[in-house]
Design a protein. Structure first.
Length: 548
């Protein structure tokens, strides 16, 4: 098992991207229902799909919304019992459909959605501000389904008074890509205001890639003493997040190629050496789930820094100092456990081309400091060039502004080539040309090389498809004849399946399939697995993602 334990996580976690857009996010036309814009139309469409007894007419239904149109909700959207709920924008160009909570007869507006099962949203703009310009019910997506899979792609989520995603049950799996989330705060209760909240539940997966998060009151992710099995943050841009990314009790944690600017913009207390940092690590305290030695963390190729304005303000406050990347406890974990790796993380502010004005968040922090963290009369921290004007006065006040904020930065910055492959760190959607290159680079890295008759060396390819359900193909090249053993390990390093055992094979290209079952023939759970190929005295390993 030493070979597994000493893997330096060479392959970055691009598993989801490789197959994301091959998933049926857009269903067959026969399963798609086009919903007209207007008031209550989306609510009615979902209710109209329910038969007597609460049975859905079509479990594969996708609700498709017109681009450039408004949809006002009469109460939160609920799935039909625990069946999947899928809401997508029509394909093509044009502004995102805008979904707005409307004030009902009770005088209040409900949240966007409360799914009881799997939930998919693609290409949408959703706001937590109602049609009268006030906050609607908090938790824009309050997911109640145990083991639910939440897929979010190409969305713009704006304003929430607690958290955009409340993980209201355990074992949930989140896959969030190419999306913006901003303005999570409650000025009257500044302990609220974050992107994700696990609610202290045991969660399965949090996958975030090529996203931008900005302007929150407190932690970007709240763990609340819960445990998450798999966390992958890759090419994330985080700006003006009021606290940390509280992932301290993750079992498998990968944070790569990301950009963290003005995290913990109110600073940390100088006399507090624990917990106040961008990426805290704490003991798992759950030996029946995993020991500390079995945890695997990789924090690599990230950039963190501070705008000059925030740096100057913090320096002027005697009781606080800048949020570090790690606290002392986190550093002890990295020094103690070989499977916890931090490397190639640097400090720099690459100077965004058009970010929200740091003076706004400094005014909030300064008032907070001078009033002993009062929750009364706090300055507004909204990052929104359209403002929160009531829609009855200005229907175009909701949605992205024509001159939206921009988080690209100069190629002269160190961050511009600091990500793996020489790409910019942070959300690559701010660099369209670079993102196109990166996508081509990813695709090339998972293709089988079939062009040479005799391989030049022993090489293990990335499995394909990946993610997969339930079968995937593992390919490898042998330079010479060798006795080959192929083994599958779970995330705890336990061998669960032997596909080949010392089988003699000749030089050339070979493949073997895995059907997602263990040696006893039982299907295994969703998650990250490691496949290892031994050829005589040579060993190579890679990761793969089984997703059900």
């Amino acid at each position: 098992m030493k070979a597994i334990a000493t893997i330096a996580f060479r392959g970055m976690i691009y598993l989801f991207l490789a197959a994301a857009f091959s998933w049926p996010l857009y269903a067959q036309e026969s399963d798609t229902l086009d919903v007209a814009p207007g008031y209550e139309t989306l609510n009615i469409a979902i209710l109209g799909d329910t038969l007597v007894g609460g049975v859905p007419k079509n479990v594969n239904r996708v609700y498709r919304l017109e681009r450039g149109q408004y949809y006002l909700l009469n109460g939160e959207l609920r799935s039909i019992k625990n069946n999947p709920l899928r809401i997508v924008a029509a394909k093509g160009e044009g502004p995102k459909p805008i979904i707005i909570p409307a004030v009902s007869e009770t005088g209040a507006a409900g949240r966007f959605a409360r799914p009881a099962g799997d939930f998919t949203m693609v290409g949408l703009y959703t706001t937590g501000i109602d049609n009268l310009g006030n906050f609607a019910e908090k938790n824009m997506v309050r997911a109640d389904g145990k083991k639910a899979r939440i897929i979010v792609d190409d969305c713009f989520m704006d304003y929430d008074a607690q958290s955009f995603f409340r993980m209201n049950a355990g074992e949930q799996r989140y896959f969030i890509t190419n999306s913006i989330m901003r303005n999570a705060f409650d000025l009257a209760s500044t302990g609220n205001g974050r992107i994700l909240d696990t609610r202290g539940n045991m969660q399965d997966t949090i996958f975030v890639q090529n996203c931008t998060w900005y302007t929150t009151c407190t932690d970007g992710i709240r763990n609340d003493n819960g445990i998450t099995k798999y966390v992958f943050l890759d090419h994330l841009t985080a700006y003006q997040i009021g606290g940390s990314l509280d992932l301290d009790r993750s079992i498998n944690l990968t944070v790569t190629n990301s950009l963290f600017i003005d995290m913990g913009f109110e600073g940390k207390a100088k006399d507090d050496s624990l917990g106040e940092c961008i990426l805290p690590v704490d003991s798992l305290r759950a030996p029946t789930i995993a020991t500390e030695e079995q945890r695997r963390h990789l924090i690599q190729n990230n950039v963190y820094g501070y705008t000059p304005e925030v740096k100057t303000w913090i320096a002027g406050v005697d009781s606080v100092e800048l949020f570090p990347l790690y606290d002392n406890r986190s550093l002890r974990f990295f020094a103690t456990y070989p499977n916890m790796v931090t490397q190639n993380n640097i400090e720099e502010y690459p100077v965004f081309s058009d970010p929200p004005d740091p003076a706004v968040i400094i005014a909030f922090a300064d008032y907070h400091a001078k009033t002993n963290f009062s929750d009364e009369n706090n300055p507004d921290i909204s990052a929104d060039r359209n403002g929160k004007a009531a829609l009855v006065d200005d229907p175009l006040s909701a949605g992205p502004a024509p001159d939206e904020f921009n988080f690209d930065y100069s190629p002269a910055s160190l961050a511009y080539t600091h990500a793996e492959g020489g790409f910019p760190v942070g959300d690559l959607n701010w660099f369209p040309d670079k993102k196109a290159e990166w996508q081509a680079w990813i695709k090339t890295s998972i293709k089988f090389d079939r062009g040479k008759k005799t391989p030049e060396q022993f090489t293990l390819q990335q499995n394909y498809p990946n993610p997969f359900n339930p079968t995937t193909t593992i390919a490898y090249d042998l330079q010479t004849s060798a006795a080959v053993k192929v083994t599958i390990y779970n995330s705890l390093g336990q061998a669960i399946r032997t596909l080949l055992h010392e089988q003699r094979q000749g030089a050339g290209k070979h493949t073997v399939q895995w059907n997602g079952c263990n040696d006893a023939g039982h299907p295994v759970a969703s998650g990250v697995y490691v496949y290892q190929v031994e050829a005589d005295n040579q060993v190579q390993c890679k990761k793969m993602l089984l997703m059900k």
